[in-house]
Ligand binder design. Structure first.
Ligand SMILES: NC(=O)c1ccc[n+]([C@@H]2O[C@H](COP(=O)([O-])OP(=O)(O)OC[C@H]3O[C@@H](n4cnc5c(N)ncnc54)[C@H](OP(=O)(O)O)[C@@H]3O)[C@@H](O)[C@H]2O)c1
Length: 272
């Protein structure tokens, strides 16, 4: 009976959420994507998903408010004006800062400028608009849960302890969104709404597929730090595995206890 709205279901973790959440035929799952025809085509070729009539795909770009407003209006028509869960998954994972320490970016000021602006437009500003637009429907919903997909890279303590160098600009946008999420929680906890930031772990979505050998060396160095932090770490999860883990975190979380918190896919502060 639950209704879900999930952004960025075209691929990666978002497609994992679409797969996992639509397993229950009584649930309504609304995915928001930039390219609706391409996503519908992908679903129609997916043996597991193609016959799931509880999946609805709407168009919306996180950087274009009018498209998000239209998607919210269309979602309200589908659900009768109520939404139980809003999963803010869509995100830009920038490659410009993915491999190098922040100091190595200093001689490319225009790219720093552009990357930061795009990251904040998608990962922060777009999500603030998304929260605002869906708030009336969340308040009318039964579950009243809003979850943003964050990243352990946004944890300053982890960064400091292990000198995690890469992903600086991206991590800052995720940290900013964690704070926005905490502020929404501060206001709406009294209405029984859970706002939560959740890191999905390391998910294999092909981000490193075009990396150069030198960049892969930096990835290797990062993995070494990951192993130092979490000797049990066996490598990335699939999108479906991660979506299942994140779902169980939001299912176990309550607005009274975890409202505004930033948790891992284990439901704690262990990122790997
Ligand atoms: N993969 C990991 O290990 C990992 C770890 C920590 C956190 N995360 C977070 O997990 C979330 C999902 O990322 P992913 O790993 O699945 O990466 P991904 O495969 O690159 O997927 C990103 C999704 O966001 C959508 N998106 C990007 N910009 C958008 C925009 N302007 N408007 C609307 N949708 C937009 C993409 O749509 P298009 O197809 O239109 O580009 C795609 O559906 C992100 O928030 C990311 O930061 C991932």
């Amino acid at each position: 009976m639950a209704s879900y709205v999930v952004t960025g279901v075209s691929k990666g973790l978002g497609y994992g959420f679409l797969t996992v959440l639509s397993r229950d035929p009584s649930s309504t799952v609304i995915g928001i994507v930039r390219n609706k025809p391409a996503t519908l085509q992908k679903i129609s070729e997916d043996a597991e998903l193609k016959d799931r009539s509880n999946i609805h795909i709407l168009e919306g770009d996180m950087t274009e408010y009018a498209t998000l407003k239209k998607a919210a209006a269309e979602a309200a028509e589908i659900t009768g004006g109520k939404v139980d869960y809003l999963i803010a998954n869509a995100g830009l994972v920038s490659l410009f800062d993915a491999y190098d320490p922040i100091g190595a970016l200093g001689d490319r000021p225009e790219e720093v400028d552009q990357t930061l602006k795009t990251l904040y437009n998608v990962n922060v500003i777009g999500n603030v608009h998304l929260y605002h637009l869906f708030m009336p429907m969340i308040l009318k919903g039964n579950a009243k849960k809003v979850v943003v997909i964050s990243s352990g890279f946004a944890d300053a303590e982890f960064t400091n302890k292990y000198d995690v160098e890469p992903g600086s600009l991206y991590a800052s946008s995720k940290a900013a969104m964690n704070m926005i999420t905490a502020k929404f929680s501060a206001q709406y906890k009294k209405d029984g709404v859970l706002f939560l930031s959740v890191c999905p772990g390391v998910v294999d979505v092909g981000h490193y597929k075009d990396a150069t050998p030198a960049q892969m060396q930096n990835v290797g160095a990062l993995m070494t730090k990951f192993l130092e932090y979490a000797p049990h770490f066996k490598g990335p999860d699939t999108p479906v595995q991660s979506a299942e883990a994140v779902k169980s975190v939001w299912e176990n979380a309550t607005f009274e206890k975890e409202g505004g918190d930033f948790l891992s896919h284990f439901g704690n502060k262990q990122w790997l």
